[in-house]
Design a protein around this ligand. Sequence first.
Ligand SMILES: Nc1ncnc2c1ncn2[C@@H]1O[C@H](COP(=O)(O)OP(=O)(O)OP(=O)(O)O)[C@@H](O)[C@H]1O
Ligand SMILES: Nc1ncnc2c1ncn2[C@@H]1O[C@H](COP(=O)(O)OP(=O)(O)OP(=O)(O)O)[C@@H](O)[C@H]1O
Ligand SMILES: [Mg+2]
Ligand SMILES: [Mg+2]
Lengths: 568, 568
Amino acid sequence: PASFDQISPSEFFYRNRDLAGFSNPTRSLYTAVREFVENALDACDRNGILPSVHMSIKAVDPEKQDPKHYVLTVSDNGPGIPSNHVPLAFGTVLYGSKFVLQQTRGMFGLGATMAILYGQITTNKPVHIRSSTDGKVRDEFEMLLDIQKNKPVIQKHTTSPARSTGLRVSINLEGDYNKAGAKIRDYVYKTALITPYASISFEDPKGKKFSYTRIMKSMPAPPTTVMPHPYGVDVETIRRMTVESMADIPKMDQKMLARLKSELRIKEKSVTRKSILKAAPRRWKDLTRNVRIIVALVHFLEVEPDRLERLRIDEINIARNELTYTDRVSSKSTVVPLDPESTYHKQLARIVQGETLATLLTKRFQRIGAKTAEKFSLYAGFKPETRLGSMSNADLVKLSDMLQKFTDFRPPDPTCLAPLGTKPFENGIRRSLNPDFCVTVQRPASAYSGFPFVIELGLAYGGDVPSEGLKVYRFANRIPLLYDEGSDVVLKVIGDIDWPRYKIKGDPPLVIVSHICSTRIPYKTVGKENVADRVEIEREIRLALQYLLRKIAVYMSKKGKAESARKR
Amino acid sequence: PASFDQISPSEFFYRNRDLAGFSNPTRSLYTAVREFVENALDACDRNGILPSVHMSIKAVDPEKQDPKHYVLTVSDNGPGIPSNHVPLAFGTVLYGSKFVLQQTRGMFGLGATMAILYGQITTNKPVHIRSSTDGKVRDEFEMLLDIQKNKPVIQKHTTSPARSTGLRVSINLEGDYNKAGAKIRDYVYKTALITPYASISFEDPKGKKFSYTRIMKSMPAPPTTVMPHPYGVDVETIRRMTVESMADIPKMDQKMLARLKSELRIKEKSVTRKSILKAAPRRWKDLTRNVRIIVALVHFLEVEPDRLERLRIDEINIARNELTYTDRVSSKSTVVPLDPESTYHKQLARIVQGETLATLLTKRFQRIGAKTAEKFSLYAGFKPETRLGSMSNADLVKLSDMLQKFTDFRPPDPTCLAPLGTKPFENGIRRSLNPDFCVTVQRPASAYSGFPFVIELGLAYGGDVPSEGLKVYRFANRIPLLYDEGSDVVLKVIGDIDWPRYKIKGDPPLVIVSHICSTRIPYKTVGKENVADRVEIEREIRLALQYLLRKIAVYMSKKGKAESARKR
Ligand SMILES: Nc1ncnc2c1ncn2[C@@H]1O[C@H](COP(=O)(O)OP(=O)(O)OP(=O)(O)O)[C@@H](O)[C@H]1O
Ligand SMILES: Nc1ncnc2c1ncn2[C@@H]1O[C@H](COP(=O)(O)OP(=O)(O)OP(=O)(O)O)[C@@H](O)[C@H]1O
Ligand SMILES: [Mg+2]
Ligand SMILES: [Mg+2]
């Protein structure tokens, strides 16, 4: 009979590390570089710090042939990581701070840990991490990974004085700089292009330094975190929102008693059931939600408020009008009837049945106002005041479907996106390529499946651009994508171009630079190398490209006229 | 400051379900079909059962427009799943029986769970599973997934009589049969082509039946599980083998006492320290390893064997020649010296220091005999009798590197592979395509990174093959690959062909069928749609293709001569 096993996510990605970009020493060295550099830039971006990132690759034994062991070190001037989070951030797969709806480079919670994992399985050496969050004290960790258990194994943890905030991570890994070098230098060069406000330097195994100083002294506005958009929703999301919207039974502790006293204006020293139920009706309008719930519980359970502390409410069944509670001290369970006519019945209903549909729409989604919430409820066939907790499964599914179909929702909020902006984008391209002709465009924001995105596209021609035919520089959320262009949406769109129509033939000195920004890039692989051809994204890239090509057609025809004039 | 989170693997694949092939209702319906069908075929293959797989897709409300809710049901005559494993097999991601080194369709432990997850988040309905492992009793489960916790939530579990073994799984999911139908029918057709010993039937939403009866009445030999090959090894693997090779302290229980008595030929009723140490020397050669360890412990600890039952050995420190043990009853810890001159010292050394390098090589790897083990040890600079537990970190890394570099290991054992075989492969192609000309080839087995693989390639021309130009049917481990052919290794090789050289021009009625079999297919994505261009795999496909093309060149030139003869 078959023998079953469960493996941890780190074990899964250890066995299938090709999926994450760690297929061989050449590719792995590249992927490790990018994972650490992208983390550094994300951290600086998030905290509005102009990034200074330094990266070095040194051979452990320069005499040997590739592939061989290298030490890869990346350090930044970012906010660092608090010492209690360092081991998990780097020692656990699927642990991170980027699981929120925001435009960031990272999104999976595994990049750095995978690089460390690869280093460990090829060299058996621990990772060295230095982190300072206050610029005064620096924590230094030496750790290994327990790959089977997905947790860090701290070998050393010391502290020492620091002079600035930031993080420095250093791993030993088997790499092939001979083969990966060109791609790594290209990655650094392109990162500088798309991040003109960052200073990046790289020291290669021979000690040669490549340095890109920032050409922008101000940070672009950092991306914001957004609420989900209705078009991105499924039944699981609705179900979770419903669960979250149900109030917990308030904890009946000293703090709560004090609040009862003050809100109900109870003068007596001790708070009794009698005094609560006497004061509640006239103070009702000003009571907070939790106090109202306590009043209702005291009323129905017929207990003194201090006894509530030892009770645990097990179930409030609105359908059967029953409440079940257990005395933690005596372990005895009691069922009390709930009179649906009682003034306090509504409080308990609120606990179980969660917020109304109208509240859900306006509070848990982006850009839905009260009017739209009402209009949608009508369209979907629900009353706006329907309690989520009282909706059946079929209702939740219908709600989820209707959210996708209703066409009057405002489009996703694009202010959460952080494109470079046409001027910085153009400056970055000009610095890197020094072309004769350069034009950039930023499309209006759009959305796919409820995720906002914006396309920036640039075109560079002539000047120092080599005449080797069209090259495509792809970027997503300020990350250069250097592999697998064959299955990327940008190449798909470019493949459809009719070049002669734009007066471009032969092997022109031409570079197209694409930058997709989104709260969620639809990567095809965990290794983040190519972007899926979502219909909306394809369309926006096409429109941007057509605009740029019309611009270069004008330039080429003027250029052509000027040349024929010169010849005459 | 950043707010950190850990997510479960099911949460990860819920958020990133595009990676697993669940990007939209069209693709998801297709992926759900294939995940269940591939599971059914794997289960039958493994148990030598001629597979009969039935699949149906029914619209919940046929009047509605696509995309809409469907019920997908797949049932098989396989071995079923034991009822204690059903909830985890289908309700937990990264849980399965295919984490071993064997040629199977499945490999990730998540396919079925992802299909169920997708069904749940689009319809909120539980999955229905029926399983019988004995053909007499059938377990029926209704379950939902707790996606955040990665565990099943059983809503119902009943048993009823069964008439045969097998599994039946049924989910509700949002799909688009209008768009996915052609791909799904193609998938079934191609599965029949590559699995000629399986009977497969499919009933579509309109009630139309597609049925493929097996054309082979005998099973191909089932694939075997193999030990790893040295070329596939890294330091983590070596480290784990080292840990496994260290003996546990044998459990000192009644069973052990009985074994002591019988192996040491102790005649007395009770087994005493005195009688053990008296009998041990003359029976030494025939004692099993665990008995020898007990003898050594009894000697050093100077305790009666029945007292060993209450002792817990905490540490055996060979370097300091000390053993620490705790009496579980009195909780008292004692340190005893270990005389390194003692005859029994070696037994305790074996516990801590693991097996020898020679034993590791011959016992834990495939195809390494004693001679090769010795030759390798010499090459690597280790004594064959070196204890693994005594090797330093640097030694383990060196061992791992040397295992990759040593060229005298026998190539990976290909008997663990289960290609179709040229005759069944050709019959499958002929039945499906009915060509005028058909030729197949099976390359000798090869290996990449220590994983054995074998290429089967076939070519079909003319007859009922449509004249629409070259089509490529890709298969891996008997799975049809229908998406993303642009980044697949097979298309890369085909892209290099110089067609006129083989007398083929225009849009020929030509199909190339490729089948890669391996203990580990290097898929580029979790959705198993394309295969990475590993150098060794690319080479074997190229050689196979060149062989077939030479064959068709001969056919085309004969055909050309016959046609010119007819014209004259
Ligand atoms: N240089 C850094 N400075 C500050 N925080 C960092 C740095 N590097 C990593 N982190 C923190 O460690 C977490 C884990 O990093 P990791 O690269 O493994 O995952 P991620 O960046 O969240 O996602 P991805 O797998 O897509 O890269 C990050 O979410 C971030 O909070
Ligand atoms: N029809 C079936 N008959 C018998 N066992 C099955 C069947 N379907 C699934 N299983 C068992 O359930 C396990 C989990 O299946 P699942 O598809 O999630 O993962 P997998 O097949 O191991 O890997 P993959 O994700 O690559 O498909 C399998 O490993 C297998 O043991
Ligand atoms: Mg990261
Ligand atoms: Mg499977």
